[in-house]
Design a protein around this ligand. Structure first.
Ligand SMILES: Nc1nc2c(ncn2[C@@H]2O[C@H](COP(=O)(O)OP(=O)(O)OP(=O)(O)O)[C@@H](O)[C@H]2O)c(=O)[nH]1
Length: 497
């Protein structure tokens, strides 16, 4: 991969997008300055300008069908073709870079010391890279959005919003980028004025580039660190293996020398005079002495090698320990962030994440998905009569009962205060009331005892199944409406809407 040109390409791409953005932002000013246009106090100047540019409603001064501001229109078209060119080049280089990164990660995965996070990283790298996967459709949406500014086709606008929402659903960026994408999602859900669509598309393109770049930086840094560690270990191992091989060769020579000396002694002892024999023996004994001292050196080298291998082994164990500590810490931090500390069921953050995942799953394959809101009845009276600690205890016990009563695949979260949410997956719509009414009964049967008094606590429930055309918000609102009806109908009951 050409390491230098890739970031340059991204910078260029961002620069082009920024230019486009500036052009877009400049449109209302130009419209305001244009003497041919009446002043647009209602902010519709941009739309009129678009119409002028793309010829659907020519201004009285311009010849029919010709853009009134060819400079601006040309400039936009030029920027778009530059953008398209950059996209192709960047996508190509990104793909090459991605493949190399994936290859490196797969090779490292084969190492017995590869940290446990590596398979997840490899999986991430194997899924279509967000950058080139989403950029082109977004660019198409952008072009479509520009066209829609002049045509005012409501149906097309709705479809474009829907397409953008689908693309957003597939994006999975965290941090600031994720937050801003979420805001754009909300704006799109509110069915935008067509004029706002082009800048929204451009911002999405910028965010996708920014998010992909950050993700790539993370994974590259992670792999580089991993590589460094493994390379260090590999060097030491190679050194040790070479030393081991040299030792084996030296020993073979040494053994052959020793055998030669002993053979020579044997040969001289057989059939030689006493004096010559003694001299020969002395000579050979000196030879054996030399061999023995070399033998001792070899033993010292072997001992040093052993120590080095032991140090290496200890280091590997330490690394493994560190990796598993790190993973444990991460897991427990993640869990803490998602668990409500009082009731030990999932919190609102976890609920939002889960709702999003389940909703996406449901959109792809609409298996019945039930959202139930539960609210403890007259909970204020429990607090007022028995104190907040008693109230807390009641919340904990009810949460435990909920957790223990639903299926493992279902999901229980504290929605806030004395309200809980249960998500049930793949339920039978006809039999939905059964498990929910059973939940109601189980909670009412919890044997609470505060200040020696036996207390019955009940809950009201509002449930709903996701329907065609629903958003998470609309489904939650319906469940809330059902809960409201359950409360109004006398509490301790279930209403399904
Ligand atoms: N002990 C305790 N009380 C809480 C907690 N969170 C909310 N509450 C209390 O829950 C009570 C909710 O009261 P309301 O909203 O008036 O509702 P309610 O008394 O349950 O009446 P209905 O919902 O109409 O049946 C308030 O007294 C809150 O202080 C908590 O974490 N611990």
């Amino acid at each position: 991969m050409n390491k230098n040109s890739d970031p340059m390409m991204l910078q260029d791409l961002v620069a082009v997008i920024t230019e486009l953005q500036t052009l877009l932002n400049g449109l209302p000013d130009q419209a305001a300055r244009d003497p041919a246009l009446p002043e647009q106090a209602d902010g519709r100047g941009l739309l009129v300008q678009w119409q002028k540019l793309f010829g659907s409603q020519p201004s009285p001064d311009a010849p029919a069908g010709e853009p009134a501001e060819p400079g601006l229109a040309d400039s936009l078209h030029r920027q778009l073709s530059r953008l398209r060119r950059f996209h192709h080049q960047a996508a190509h280089q990104q793909q090459q870079g991605g493949e190399q990164l994936l290859q490196a990660a797969r090779e490292l995965q084969a190492s017995p010391y590869a940290p446990p996070q590596l398979p997840a990283l490899v999986h991430d790298l194997e899924t279509p890279g967000n950058f080139f996967y989403y950029l082109w459709p977004l660019l198409e949406c952008y072009q479509q959005a520009i066209g829609l500014c002049s045509t005012q086709q409501e149906q097309d606008q709705r479809e474009l919003c829907q397409r953008l929402l689908q693309l957003i659903d597939e994006l999975d960026y965290g941090g600031e980028v994720g937050r801003e994408i979420g805001e754009i999602q909300q704006q799109l859900l509110q069915h935008n004025d067509p004029e706002t669509l082009p800048p929204l598309c451009l911002r999405l393109i910028e965010l996708v580039i920014q998010g992909s770049r950050t993700e790539r930086q993370h994974s590259t840094r992670f792999l580089a660190r991993l590589n460094e560690g493994l390379e260090g270990m590999q060097d030491q191992f190679s050194c040790s293996v070479n030393e081991g091989r040299a030792l084996v060769c030296d020993r073979q020579v040494h053994d052959a020398d020793l055998a030669g000396e002993l053979n020579a002694i044997g040969a001289h002892l057989a059939g030689h005079e006493q004096t010559r024999l003694t001299r020969e023996i002395e000579l050979r004994m000196n030879g054996i002495q030399r061999i023995l001292s070399r033998h001792e050196q070899l033993q010292q080298r072997e001992a040093a090698l052993l120590t080095r291998l032991q140090t290496l082994e200890t280091r590997v164990c330490e690394l493994k320990q560190q990796a598993s500590d790190y993973r444990r810490r991460l897991t427990s931090q993640n869990e803490k962030l998602l668990i409500d500390s009082l009731t030990q069921v999932y919190n609102r953050t976890a609920l939002n994440e889960r709702l999003k995942t389940e909703f996406q799953r449901w959109q792809k394959s609409p298996q019945p998905l039930c959202i139930t809101l539960l609210d403890i009845d007259h909970f204020k009276q429990i607090n007022d009569k028995f104190g907040h600690l008693a109230g807390d205890k009641a919340l904990r016990l009810i949460a435990r009962t909920l957790r223990q009563s639903v299926k493992a695949s279902d999901f229980v979260a504290r929605f806030g205060g004395e309200e809980f949410v249960v998500l049930m997956l793949n339920v039978d719509p006809q039999l939905l009331h059964r498990p929910l009414e059973q939940l109601c009964r189980k909670i009412a049967a919890i044997p609470f005892r505060f200040k020696q008094e036996r207390v019955t606590i009940t809950v009201s429930m509002g449930a709903t199944l996701l329907r065609h055309g629903d958003t998470i918000t609309s489904a939650l609102e319906r469940a809330d409406q059902a809960l409201y009806r359950a409360k109004n109908a006398g509490r301790n009951q279930l209403v399904i809407l």
